[in-house]
Structures are given as C-alpha cells and as structure tokens.
Design a protein around this ligand. Sequence first.
Ligand SMILES: C[S@@+](CC[C@H](N)C(=O)[O-])C[C@H]1O[C@@H](n2cnc3c(N)ncnc32)[C@H](O)[C@@H]1O
Length: 364
Amino acid sequence: MAFSTNGSEESELYHAQIHLYKHVYNFVSSMALKSAMELGIADAIHNHGKPMTLSELASSLKLHPSKVNILHRFLRLLTHNGFFAKTIVKGKEGDEEEEIAYSLTPPSKLLISGKPTCLSSIVKGALHPSSLDMWSSSKKWFNEDKEQTLFECATGESFWDFLNKDSESSTLSMFQDAMASDSRMFKLVLQENKRVFEGLESLVDVGGGTGGVTKLIHEIFPHLKCTVFDQPQVVGNLTGNENLNFVGGDMFKSIPSADAVLLKWVLHDWNDEQSLKILKNSKEAISHKGKDGKVIIIDISIDETSDDRGLTELQLDYDLVMLTMFLGKERTKQEWEKLIYDAGFSSYKITPISGFKSLIEVYP
Ligand SMILES: C[S@@+](CC[C@H](N)C(=O)[O-])C[C@H]1O[C@@H](n2cnc3c(N)ncnc32)[C@H](O)[C@@H]1O
C-alpha cells in the first residue's frame, strides 16, 4: 500500500490502520488455506468434475450440517484470495433458484493430491505448529549472544535434530515430501531450460537429497552420467542404475568430479563463509573440464526494485524462513556476484525461472 503525502492527517491515519491490520491478519488467509487443504476441498471439486455448490461440497466433505454456513465463509475469503472461482448454476429440477457453485483456479489446482504438481506438503510443512510456534521466542533470540537459529532458541534443538531424532517420524517424511513436491515442479523448469544441460557428459547434484531432481534430469537426458551427492545417512541405502548413482559424503570436504555441479536449494541454507567453501569445492569438482565446466545454482535472487511487490515480499519471506530455521539467507544479485567472484569464478548468468527463483550458471 502506498501512503499519500498530500492526504489529510485522518485519511493517512486510516490508511496506516488498514495497512497494519492487513499485516496482522495475514495469518488468517494462510490458515484458511491450510484448512482448505486439510479438508480436501480441491480434491472434492476435482473429483466431482464440475463446479460444486456449497451443499454438494459440504456433503462430499462429510461436514456436520451445522458447519455448512461456516464453509461458505471460508470459501468467501479463499475465493477473494484467488483460490476458487464462483459460477452461477441452475438449482435442482423444479427449483427455480439459482445457486453459486465453486470451481478450481490455477493456485487451488496445486492442492489436488496425487498430481506431480501437488504442493499440499509445502502448505503442511510451512504452516506446521513447529514452524509457527518458534516466532514467540523472537525477542529472546534477539537478546541472546548465541549463534543459533530462532528454531533452536525456541525448542532447544536444531531443526535438523528435530527432524532426525525419529527417522520414522511423520515430521521427517512431511519435510521430505515438501522438498520432493517442490522438486517435481522443477520438471517444467528443465523442459524450458534444456540448453543449460545440453553438451554435458556428467553432472553431480550436490545436496541432491533422495534424488528427486536428478531423476527428472535423468529422464530427459538418459545418457548424462548423474551422481546424487548427499550426506551418507540420506543416500546410504539408495541404489541407482548405470547412469544414476548415489554417493554419500560431505560437501564441505570435497565434491565428486563432474562436468557440472548442480546446487539446487542448497546455498540458501548456509551463510556466506560456508557457501564460499561449497562453491570453491564445486570449482575443484569441475576443474578437469577447464573453461567448459559449470556450476548451476538454483535459488532465489532477491529483487527489491521489482514492480511486483508481492513477488519481492515472497522472496523476503523466504529469506526470514532460511534465517530463522537454518541461519541461511536468500541473496540479492549483488550478493550472488560477490560470492561467485570471491570463490574464483570468472563469469555468471542469471535467468529468472518458475516465477520467484533464478537459475544461475557460473563459469570458471
Ligand atoms: C534444502 S535440501 C535440498 C534438496 C534438493 N537439492 C532439492 O532441491 O530438493 C538440502 C540438502 O543438503 C543436504 N546436505 C546438508 N549438509 C550436507 C553436507 N555436508 N554434504 C552433503 N549434503 C548435505 C541435506 O541432506 C539436504 O538433502
């Protein structure tokens, strides 16, 4: 919201109040979206095959009859926020009254379960009580002389320890699902940016998790020799095939040699000093290729000058998520440039992808 400098004092005050309230109550929109995801509204409309009236939706979701009106009010907010669209349909036979029916929009189609583009686990993970509760400790965190995340300050353990303490835990699989669902969206990015991988004979996906992204690359480039490199406890039990292999190790020590190193959603977990180390090890890993090797980074490049304020807000939100959960950071173009040149690379090229992230090709 832009504040006018020539308006009356009262109108400026009202605008300020609206601005503040809007930011205070932003969480209600987030939580209404989470409720819609938990109720399975998108699945119900998708399975119905055509727009659904309120009563059809309530009955399909098996809601208590007393909650039909409540559902209407949730849908009103979610429709206003772009998650559903309203159409007018004729009432049942003999009933002259027209009714409102709800259909899916592109954002709510991302909540249809079982689809490769389903992002429900991102909603679940980002709005999990453990991700929200820590914010109550932010004042304590600011006043402590300890290098720890807000998550650790609030819970007494790092997010990684929290996830790993019970390998069977639903929280761990929720996090892995969230990572995997984000990676599945990567297929579109790959198809649009095939040229980035053309001509390469080998690639190592550093911090590649259980190989979701590498498998997508392998599908499109079956002759490319791909290595998923991650911590031994992540890749230890995984088996690949002739051109897809899993290697356990520590990227801070050394990275297996390849024509290209992929770092997707990795450097934003780490501070500049740690990221510099990873980039230097990546440079070493591609050194046999001379000037033809490359490092491919996929991360956010914050653009505070963008006309799209919503997009910049999302990038800045992500920065605070990385800070509070991992002491990591999202970087501006200038910060990427400094990091890349400090690591000894000679040039780079940034291409915006999938709306809010960037693909950064880095050359020795
Ligand atoms: C945010 S996840 C990104 C996963 C994957 N690149 C993606 O886009 O879905 C970061 C990954 O880095 C891995 N990782 C953390 N420390 C590592 C280390 N020292 N060496 C290798 N991998 C590491 C984690 O296990 C995790 O799989």
